[in-house]
Design a protein around this ligand. Structure first.
Ligand code: S3P
Length: 427
């Protein structure tokens, strides 16, 4: 386990180019592998999660060449089972999306992951895929990995309401729907990121999305994606760490270039603005996504509902903002945080407590009473528990406050291998 010591930054100003959007990177690799022909992928995340997906699609028969631009050739006859387990590492997106893919690849597949991923619930994908005709079994009630899948084709089409807000579950069913015998319908009551629908449409698949007032209904028709040259924008969830750092550091002025600005991904910006953050959003000079600028500001506590930030990925960073704010922030309906790479419900509270805040929970809500400025943060130590986002949240808190020591910091490489270099560049 590696230990990283973060010393306080005298100033936090400069420009950061965050990695390519992780969600779009996984999907670009998967859709390219499903297509018959060659796709070229630029701007992909170089994190281990995305590299893992690249390795797995090649295990399933695609040819992947890594360079500045990645080239992926999907096999004409379609993907085929690998004789070896599919190791998804730390990546829930890889495991859940690939379950949907291999459900429609005739033959036997086994999906495994690291200690964190092996604890995460897979029943949320196993249930709909079983309904579609795949034979799929996990361990225990929550159907944790190893996940054994016997794929078949065609699958049955289903009309499915996603039980928890989850783009991963929606995507697994959409991908399985590509080899169903008719149209597959997915209903979500909380609108989650639309990366899969958008990219499927660009790859020539018939997919329709209708707002039904209470949420969204997505319908996909069977079809094979066409090869597409994908250009992946920067990852807003990684930008969040630097936006928060720019806001809470007394000498913060950070610009982040070219990030995806989908409405389901930028809710954290609205929350921060409500807290008093000074954020400029403008079209990116590169023409891809938007550019953000975040400046030092006095923050005040607010109420944050999970449906404002549907994947709750940015909550650990927002907990650091809440810890620096004046007054109490209420994080409402945050149950999903408990089943991420680590229990982030406990982790976010623990981090704020180590910074010197009063914290408390009530059911699925938790509360942080801020210290009224990052200069009042205490120095702290933390263990990362195989959770990249907890490492980055701790690091920005230490950088803006009194420093920190992080054990297990190497897990940051799953999504952002250059994170510590980028953080140090703001000195
Ligand atoms: C993701 C969806 C979200 C998010 C994850 C990436 C995706 O998970 O937390 O980091 O790419 O579909 P859920 O679907 O569990 O909300």
């Amino acid at each position: 386990m590696s230990h990283v010591t973060i010393t306080p930054l005298a100033s936090a100003s400069g420009r950061v180019a965050v990695p390519g959007d992780k969600s779009a990177s996984h999907r670009a690799l998967i859709l390219a592998a499903l297509a018959d022909g060659e796709s070229r992928l630029t701007g992909l995340s170089r994190g281990e999660d995305v590299r893992g997906t690249a390795r797995l699609v090649s295990q399933l028969g695609a040819v992947v060449t890594e360079d500045a631009t990645w080239v992926v050739r999907g096999p004409s006859g379609g993907l085929r089972p690998s004789g070896n387990p599919l190791d998804c590492g730390n990546s829930g997106t890889t495991m859940r999306l690939l379950s949907g893919v291999v459900a429609g690849v005739p033959g036997r597949h086994t999906l495994v992951g690291d200690a964190s991923l092996m604890r995460r619930p897979m029943d949320r994908v196993a249930r709909p895929l079983r309904e579609m005709g795949a034979d799929i079994t996990g361990q225990g009630e929550r159907e944790t990995a190893p996940l054994r899948v016997v794929g078949r084709r065609p699958l049955h089409s289903i009309d499915f309401r996603v039980p928890v807000p989850s783009a991963q579950v929606k995507s697994a069913v959409l991908l399985a729907g590509l080899v169903a015998e008719g149209s597959t319908v997915i209903r979500e009551s909380v609108r989650t990121r639309t990366t899969t629908e958008d990219m499927l449409a660009l790859a020539g698949v018939s997919v329709r999305s209708v707002d039904d007032g209470a949420g969204r209904v997505v319908t996909v028709r069977p079809g094979r994606p066409q090869p597409v040259d994908w250009s992946v924008p920067g990852d807003p969830s990684q930008a969040a760490f630097f936006v928060v750092l720019g806001a809470i550091h007394p000498r913060g002025a950070i610009t982040i270039d070219s990030i995806d600005a989908g409405p389901e991904r930028t809710g954290f910006l609205d929350v921060l603005e409500r807290m008093g953050a000074s954020i400029v959003r403008r079209p990116s000079a590169s023409g891809v996504g938007i550019e953000l600028e975040s400046h030092a500001a006095a923050l005040r506590g607010t109420e944050i509902r999970s449906d404002e930030i549907p994947s709750v990925d940015e909550v650990p960073a927002l907990a650091v903002a809440a810890a620096a704010a004046e007054g109490v922030s209420a994080f409402r309906d945050m149950a999903e945080l408990r089943v991420k790479e680590s229990d982030r419900f406990a982790g976010a509270m623990d981090l704020a407590a180590r910074l010197g805040c009063r914290v408390w929970a009530d059911g699925d809500d938790f509360f942080i009473e801020g210290r009224g400025g990052a200069s009042r943060f205490e120095r702290f130590e933390i263990t990362a528990e195989l959770d990249h986002r907890m490492v980055m949240s701790a690091a920005i808190a230490g950088a803006a406050g009194a420093g920190c020591a992080i054990a297990g910091a190497e897990t940051v490489a799953s999504s952002y291998p250059d994170f510590f270099d980028d953080l140090a560049s703001l000195r």
